[in-house]
Structure formats: structure tokens, C-alpha cells
Design a protein around this ligand. Structure first.
Ligand SMILES: Nc1nc2c(ncn2[C@@H]2O[C@H](COP(=O)(O)OP(=O)(O)OP(=O)(O)O)[C@@H](O)[C@H]2O)c(=O)[nH]1
Ligand SMILES: [Mg+2]
Length: 488
């Protein structure tokens, strides 16, 4: 039987004609491609599993087949791949596959698409030494260390997988950086960093600073005229107790208390980082927190993965008037469904303790907490912690990295970005004038930035300032002027 006879039989099963394509079959329709008299590529798109099962037999008779696409067919069992040893391109997107062991036999495979399946483990791909392109977007893969062994892989797409052993900065850097990171981690071993960042946002005087005071001391008196409005941002580090594998562990929370006045909003955006727990506060009396503004800006700047916890402050026992609906949870799936209701002035502290437990619980669940990093990274973090400087030049940071065994520029940059996200340092590689600095005291930097917003001369000048005006303000604050950008 010729290949074209076989195609006719397959068309009989599918119930329609397959289109003929040049070069490769088109994965988005039922189609095939030929070279001479041989069928070299075929795509059976959305034909349903029952028809596909009948077609397998005929597919296996196409001896020149190198290009096979079976997208959206509810396939779970790949045993039909026995005998397809010549395949070079295989797409099995949008099926129900969890076990890919049968793919390990396809040693000529060069391009493999497995998006939108239920795959947890890709170890079976090690024997596919010819594999160059792998797309496993939208699966359940936790560990991709195996890619170190797939030497020829030059393109890897891994969006939307619960990968645990890879910082998000590395994930976006492409296969070279990912492979290097994984190799280094194997070489050095791994250690954990038990610290992360919490950012508290919401309208002015909604109770953000009070919330922090109550976390530190449940007996902190409220209302409290001593609690002044927060200028800019206050950063403090505070130990939390979180549950890890049933043990109670002390971890460090770097808490960022954002001043709620609108004047600060634009600058606040600089400090919205990924891998962070966000707490969004509303005062039930005023209901002036702009939920959509904060949810949008956090998602935009920090990505859609950070948990956001809503806290409703029942000032003077005011009941909650805003009930977040499905439209919020659908648009922002990272918003926790169960919000916290609390009255900070309540003499009975049960509510405060409950709030503290809930916040610690969510903090403890941050993926980045306790995530293993290469040991050398942890050594660098410790070395930075011993420095007394407010900020150091990039070259000094690079020297510390070198002393601790990191000799690769991209690893240094990724480490700096990771420490920035954890709230340990500030590093702005894209901001003119700042890219050569590693800021060790966030508060020092924040005070310098926000002081520009609180200067009479600058306010009178409609927010415009020049180097001279800023330098004057900074000198009053005892800040050393290194460089600043001139606006006019
Ligand atoms: N009566 C009462 N007063 C409260 C409550 N929560 C906070 N306050 C008071 O309200 C005032 C403002 O609270 P803060 O915690 O400073 O508000 P904030 O959100 O940090 O304000 P900004 O820093 O300006 O953004 C303070 O005087 C608090 O003591 C409450 O539940 N009841
Ligand atoms: Mg405050």
C-alpha cells in the first residue's frame, strides 16, 4: 500500500480530507506533508481519542514519518509511540499526558512540544540526546535539573510550572543561564535563605503602621497619636515563626510599610518586587483604598504570582462595607479569598493574634522562603550582612562574589536581583546612575529618594528639581551626594 493510500484510509477515519502542506504538517489542522512519494509529516488536530486510536495503526505504516502532531486529542497513553523511532518533531500539546516514558525511545527527536498536559517529571528525556527544542509550558513540573544532561538543548520553554529549584530571575534568562545555574548548584551544594519581604499598601491612615505595631506588640495602644503618618516608606526586619514540615521555624520578614499619601504612589512602584507577600489594607470607616489601583500596580510590577492578603480594619467597630466579589478573584487569582477582619482598637486581643497567625501562615507559604540556593550565594548574602556600609559599588560586590566562588557576571547579576526581591539589598540595574550600586541599607536609599518629595523648594517648583536643590536637602539629612539626575 502506498503512503497516499494510507492517507485515504486515515481520512476515512477522521471523516474529512487532510490538507496538503509544504515542508511540514500544520499542527493546527488535519494535514500532511510529503517528500517525493513518502508522507513525512502528519497532523491530526482535535479528532477525538476514539478516532485517533483507530488511526494509530495506519500512522505506524508511514515509514518515512518524521513530523507528527497530535494536538488536542485527550491522549493519556503514549504506548502507541513504539515503532515511531524516526520521529524528529513531535507535538502533543493540550492532551492528558502525565507519563512520558515512551518518548525516551525516540532518539532522533529534535523538537518536542508538550504544552498543556499533566507532566510532573521529564527525567525520561535524558536519552533524547538530539533534542534541541523543548516546550513544556503549563504542566506540573517541579524539577528540571535533568536538562543539564540533555546537552544539545538550545531552547527551553517552561512557563507555568511549579518549578522549585530555580529563582524566577534565572527562569527568564534562557537555557544557557538555567543550565549554568543548575550545574553550579550541583557543584556547590545547596543552602536555604530563610528571609523574604512583606509590603503593606493601602490608603493613607488606613492603619498600615498600626498593623505592624500590633504584629510586634499586640498590646500597642490604639488609637495612638504617637503614630505619625508614614513619610515615604519605613523598612524593618522582624522575626516570624512559620511552620515548615511541621516544625516551627524562625524566619526573617523584611516588612515595608508604604506611606499611604498619594504623593508617594509613583515612587512606591520602584519597590514592588516579586516573591513578596502583599497586604492590602482598607479602613471600613472611609473605604478609600483603591483596590483596583493596588491590585493592578502590584500585578504589573511584581507579576501575578505574589499572594495578596486583604485586611479590613474595623475602625470604631465599623462593619465591612466592601465584599470583594468574583470579579476581583477572577481578574487577580493571587488575591487570597479569605480576607482578614480586625479591629486594632479592640481590647480583646483574640482578633490580633488570629491576624498574626494568618499573616505568618501566608508568609510561611511563600515559595521563596526556604528555597534552596547554591551554597556560594548564601555565603555572599552572609558577607553582605557583615558590612556596615550603606551602599557599595558594583565592583566591591563582584569582589565579594569572587571571594566566595562566583566568577560569572550573569550569576552575580541574578544573585543581586534575587537579594533585591528578598528585601535584603536594593539593586536597580535598569536605572541610570544606580546600576553600579548595591544598596545595603534600603532605608538610607528610600529616605534620599522620598526627601525630594518633601522639600518646600521642590514643591513650590511643581515637583521639578535640579542637582543643586537635591544636594542641599541631602546634605541636611547627612546623606552623601554621589550623583543625581537633572530634571528641568
Ligand atoms: N480608633 C481606631 N484608630 C485606629 C485604628 N487603627 C489605626 N488607628 C489610628 O489611626 C491613625 C492612622 O493609623 P496608621 O496606622 O498610622 O495609618 P497608616 O495607614 O499607616 O497611615 P499612613 O502612614 O499615612 O499611610 C493612627 O493614629 C492610629 O492609631 C482602629 O482600629 N481604631
Ligand atoms: Mg503609616
Amino acid at each position: 500500500m502506498s503512503d497516499l493510500d494510507i492517507i485515504k484510509l486515515i481520512e476515512g477515519i477522521v471523516g474529512k480530507k487532510l490538507s496538503v502542506e509544504k515542508g511540514f504538517a500544520n499542527w493546527q489542522k488535519c494535514s500532511y506533508a510529503t517528500k517525493g512519494n513518502q508522507v513525512t509529516g502528519i497532523s491530526l488536530y482535535k479528532i477525538g481519542y476514539e478516532k485517533l486510536k483507530d488511526a494509530y495503526h495506519y500512522l505506524s505504516m508511514l515509514t518515512g514519518l518524521v513530523d507528527l502532531h497530535l494536538v488536542s486529542n485527550k491522549i493519556s497513553d503514549l504506548s502507541f509511540l513504539i515503532g515511531f523511532d524516526n520521529l524528529e518533531v513531535l507535538s502533543l500539546d493540550d492532551n492528558l499526558i502525565s507519563d512520558i516514558d515512551y518518548i525516551s525511545k525516540l532518539q532522533n527527536l529534535s523538537i518536542l512540544y508538550l504544552t498543556a498536559n499533566k507532566i510532573e517529571n521529564i527525567d525520561a528525556l535524558v536519552p533524547c540526546t538530539e533534542l534541541k527544542v523543548l516546550d513544556v509550558t503549563n504542566n506540573l513540573i517541579k524539577d528540571i535539573t535533568v536538562i543539564v544532561k540533555i546537552k544539545n538543548l538550545s531552547e527551553l520553554v517552561i512557563y507555568n510550572n511549579p518549578i522549585q529549584n530555580l529563582p524566577s530571575e534565572i527562569r527568564n534568562q534562557g537555557i544557557k543561564a538555567i543550565r549554568k545555574y543548575l550545574i553550579e548548584k550541583q557543584k556547590q551544594g545547596e543552602e536555604k535563605l530563610f528571609e523574604a519581604k512583606i509590603v503593606i499598601v493601602g490608603a493613607g491612615e488606613s492603619g498600615k503602621t498600626t498593623l505592624i505595631r500590633k504584629l510586634q506588640n499586640p498590646n500597642h495602644p490604639v488609637p495612638n497619636i504617637e503614630d505619625k503618618r508614614t513619610e515615604g516608606i519605613r523598612v524593618m526586619s522582624y522575626p516570624f515563626h512559620v511552620r515548615t514540615n511541621e516544625d516551627l521555624k524562625e524566619v526573617m520578614a523584611h516588612i515595608w510599610d508604604f506611606g499611604g499619601q498619594e504623593l508617594y504612589h509613583t515612587t512606591h512602584q520602584l519597590f514592588l518586587t516579586p516573591d513578596t507577600l502583599y497586604i492590602l489594607l482598607n479602613d471600613n470607616r472611609k473605604n478609600d483604598t483603591d483596590f483596583y489601583y493596588w491590585l493592578n500596580i502590584v500585578t504589573l510590577r511584581a507579576g501575578g504570582k505574589c499572594p495578596i492578603l486583604m485586611v479590613f480594619n474595623a475602625k470604631d467597630n465599623s462593619p465591612r462595607q466592601i465584599i470583594p466579589g468574583e470579579e476581583i478573584f477572577n481578574a487577580f487569582p493571587n488575591v487570597e479569598r479569605s480576607a482578614i477582619d480586625v479591629n486594632f482598637a479592640d481590647k480583646n486581643l483574640i482578633g490580633i493574634h488570629k491576624m498574626k497567625d494568618t499573616i505568618e501562615g501566608h508568609f510561611g507559604k511563600l515559595e521563596v522562603l526556604g528555597k534552596p540556593f547554591p551554597t556560594y550565594w548564601v555565603r555572599v548574602r552572609e558577607a553582605l550582612g557583615r558590612l556596615k556600609d550603606e551602599c557599595i559599588k558594583w565592583d566591591e560586590f563582584a569582589a565579594i562574589c569572587l571571594q566566595n566562588g562566583i566568577d560569572d557576571l550573569s550569576q552575580m547579576q541574578i544573585l543581586a536581583a534575587t537579594l533585591h526581591n528578598l528585601g535584603v539589598i536594593l539593586y536597580f540595574p535598569d536605572v541610570f546612575g544606580l546600576k553600579d550600586l548595591i544598596i545595603l541599607s534600603s532605608q538610607w536609599c528610600i529616605d534620599a529618594i522620598y526627601s525630594a518629595l518633601d522639600t518646600d523648594a521642590i514643591n513650590k517648583n511643581a515637583g521639578k528639581f535640579n542637582e543643586h536643590m537635591l544636594a542641599e536637602k541631602w546634605l541636611c539629612l547627612g546623606l552623601q551626594v554621589r550623583s543625581c539626575i537633572y530634571y528641568d
